[in-house]
Design a protein around this ligand. Structure first.
Ligand code: PLP
Length: 454
């Protein structure tokens, strides 16, 4: 069979609400041209993020009913712990309310002024937690990652030579741990190879530096390894996942991605003393060690989700449906980050809209055009998100993130038709001016107005 179908049928449906172009025009204006301000009911296809937006299975919903809400030692915790142990091999397993809570605990323990944390590319909350502790976060992606059209099979890899040079420059004592993000969210959802993980591990071993994974999308990364890495094609996903975790001394995980749940996070730690200190901080802000800010039912859904996410038919569908959207957009003429990553397609809006300078936010102009045309919500990852002051991002991207198991192929085909129309009108989109800029994380609450069309 050529067609990879959705490996599920639909038992519960959530109606979508259609809007007219006139309504969307008004909604966009009322939102000050910032799609974070648009109520979800006014969005037809919501590709703002793949985080916490997935659909749960019938088995996950039924597991929710047996959630044990005991404060300490709940059955649900043990089911969650056993599943995480079976998949990752870790003994010290701390539930948290989401990924950033695991990051906050970890970097309160190992961060601090004078410390430097390398990563292939820090996700924004990871960077923020490291910097909040007083430490410095350094991105060491391979140079290929900076070129959107380079089709390197493992564009998420860390530059091992750059890691060696960083250690040389700042000294081993300054580096409490080295992180590797799988898949590399900030570099377009691109995977990291087992070979690269082993090479990073070897450098860390030589210097006695612990290696941690930011493992939010561990299953998608394992599927890419199976597809693309020499010698891995015949192996079970479960075994590849285990190889990835076996290389690590710890991991932070947002369960809102490959946990297939709407809320949750996990902190994994190999070292017993460090794990004990993490337990103490967990109790301080998240809750007792057997629930960590989650309800028993959340832990049940997560235990079941972690089993479903490593099924190969699920992953084949997942990775194929993202690639399908990427191929269709490329065929229309959209410049995208190639090859398509696991969880999202990134359009190079700077290249698509050369008439709009970065100071007039070409990415935001494309986000507005997609909403206006068809009620599609995407997100700018460029000068709005990372600009301001003396920062200038290298690329003006727009991300279409794909929620897990939520939309069908006909939703994607509809999106592609809208994108064709947007492509045809691309020379007419106006730039924007920021009329309100909040002090932090400005993309969430900034306000804009459209500039007169030239
Ligand atoms: C989402 C994400 C996080 C943070 O997780 P939250 O659950 O949103 O707190 C950290 N790292 C990566 C790579 C992510 O994608």
């Amino acid at each position: 069979m050529k067609t990879i179908i959705e490996p599920f049928r639909i038992k519960v449906v959530e109606p979508l609400r259609m809007t007219t172009r006139e309504e969307r025009e008004r909604i966009l204006r009322d939102a000050y041209f910032n799609v974070f301000n648009i109520p979800a009911r006014d969005v037809l296809i919501d590709l703002l993020t793949d985080s916490g937006t997935g659909a749960m299975s019938s088995l996950q919903w039924s597991a929710i009913m047996r959630g044990d809400e005991s404060y300490a030692g709940a059955e649900s915790f043990f089911r969650f712990r056993d599943r995480v142990q079976e998949i990752t091999g870790f003994d010290h397993i701390l539930p948290t309310h989401q990924g950033r809570a695991a990051e906050r605990i970890l970097f309160e323990l190992v961060g601090g002024p004078g410390k430097v944390v390398p990563n292939n590319a820090h996700f924004d909350t990871t960077r923020a937690n490291i910097e909040h502790s007083g430490a410095e976060a350094v991105d060491l992606g391979i140079p290929e990652a900076a070129d959107p059209t380079n089709r390197h099979p493992f564009k998420g890899n860390m530059d091992v030579g750059a890691l060696e040079r960083l250690i040389e420059r700042v000294g081993v004592e300054a580096i409490p741990l080295c992180m590797v993000t799988v898949t590399n969210n900030s570099a377009g959802g691109q995977p990291v190879s087992l070979e690269n993980l082993r090479a990073v591990r070897a450098v860390c071993d030589r210097h006695g530096i612990p290696m941690f994974l930011d493992a939010c999308r561990f299953a998608e990364n394992a599927f890419f390894i199976k597809q693309r890495e020499p010698g891995q094609g015949q192996r079970e996903i479960r075994d590849i996942v285990r190889d990835m975790f076996d290389l690590a001394d710890g991991a932070t995980i947002s369960a809102k991605k490959d946990g297939l749940v709407n809320i949750g996070g996990i902190l994994l730690i190999r070292d017993k003393a460090l794990a004990q200190r993490a337990d103490a901080l967990l109790i301080l802000t998240e809750g007792f060690v057997t629930y960590g800010g989650l309800a028993g039912r959340d832990l049940e859904a997560l235990a079941q989700g972690l089993d479903e996410v490593i099924h190969e038919d699920y992953l084949a569908y997942r990775i194929r449906s993202t690639a399908y959207l990427g191929e269709k957009l490329l065929a229309i003429g959209f410049p995208i980050v190639e090859p398509p990553g696991g969880h999202a397609i990134y359009i190079d809006a700077g290249k698509l809209l050369p008439h709009i300078p970065p100071a007039q936010f070409p990415g935001q102009a494309l986000v507005c055009a997609l909403y206006r045309e068809a009620g599609i919500r995407s997100v700018e990852i460029g000068s709005v998100m990372f600009g301001g002051g003396d920062h200038a991002p290298a690329l003006e991207l727009v991300r279409l993130a794909i929620p897990r198991r939520v939309y069908t192929q006909s939703h994607v085909d509809y999106l592609v038709e809208a994108a064709e129309e947007v492509y045809r009108q691309r020379t007419e989109f106006p730039g924007l001016r920021m009329t309100y800029e909040p002090p932090y994380l400005r993309h969430f609450t900034a306000k804009f107005e459209e500039l007169p069309r030239s």
